[in-house]
Write a protein that binds this ligand. Structure first.
Ligand code: FEO
Length: 161
């Protein structure tokens, strides 16, 4: 594997683990504010992010690479309003999409077709992640000020498998 491709994928493991940490911190915020459905949704999201990291980790190992695990940054956002984590999550997913595209472009530069195919899954996944994040943002913008509606939205988010 080309070193540039390895480096960017190895870094992406860290970015995905950081994403897990960021979402766990959002779950933590909602738990402290009795919105257990929101908390559940972001906990599930944190688990998904760890799965993303593990997918890349196993891909690198399967390609004979020596993975280096770097320190995971502390999530440094503080939230006051219930909408703030939802906004931050949508922005974060757009950022992660740009990172995945950078991984893809790096693989394409060196004709690493296997890695390009591997990243196809992540490109599709990012489409879904952005859509999910933006749909919750739309709903909380519409209903967030109405306590009963917020309660229903919390129930809905609590159903995530
Ligand atoms: Fe692993 Fe939410 O992107």
């Amino acid at each position: 594997m080309d070193k540039k491709v390895f480096d960017i994928l190895n870094t992406q493991i860290n970015k995905e683990m950081y994403s897990a940490y960021l979402y766990l911190d959002m779950a933590n915020f909602y738990s402290q504010n009795a919105l257990d459905g929101f908390a559940h949704w972001y906990e599930v999201q944190a688990n998904e992010e760890m799965e993303h990291a593990m997918k890349i980790y196993h891909y690198l190992l399967a390609n004979g690479q020596k993975v280096t695990l770097e320190a995971i940054a502390k999530p440094d956002k503080t939230y006051k309003e219930f909408i703030e984590p939802v906004e931050a999550a949508y922005e974060h997913e757009q950022y992660v999409t740009s990172l995945i595209m950078d991984c893809f472009k790096t693989a394409r530069e060196v004709d690493d077709i296997r890695t390009m195919r591997f990243l196809g899954w992540f490109i599709d996944e990012q489409g879904e992640e952005e859509e999910n994040a933006s749909s919750i943002l739309d709903k909380i913008k519409l209903f967030g000020d109405d306590k009963k509606a917020l309660y229903s939205l919390d129930k809905e988010l609590g159903q995530r498998q």
